[in-house]
Design a protein around this ligand. Sequence first.
Ligand SMILES: [Fe+2]
Length: 125
Amino acid sequence: MLDFHAEATSEKQGVGFFCDGRVSLVVGTHTHVPTADHQVLPGGTAYMSDAGMTGDYDSVIGMQKEEPLQRFLTGIPSGRFEPAGGVATLSGIAVETDDATGLAVKVAPVRAGGRLEPAVPGFWT
Ligand SMILES: [Fe+2]
């Protein structure tokens, strides 16, 4: 499994295809927002550009909205970023692998609680 902690989805996709068939999963982190591109690549590696964060989504990437908005609108900091304290959404990814090859068979997002729509992998039920 490769956790690719990066900003650009293009780089994450490139690394996903580079690693296809070599690892069970390539999943991106860092942008804090779950993507909808989960898939099993042709060589058998599960892939998702970003798993999202576990935290309060009534926020700017987990932080109270006011200071980030102030900086976006004026370019001037007026205080520190503070974590948002609302109900968290757990956000992640589930992968079923082939015991013989270690490669992925199924992949699906996982989300529970908070503001985002729940997602339970069909292969869990
Ligand atoms: Fe980061």
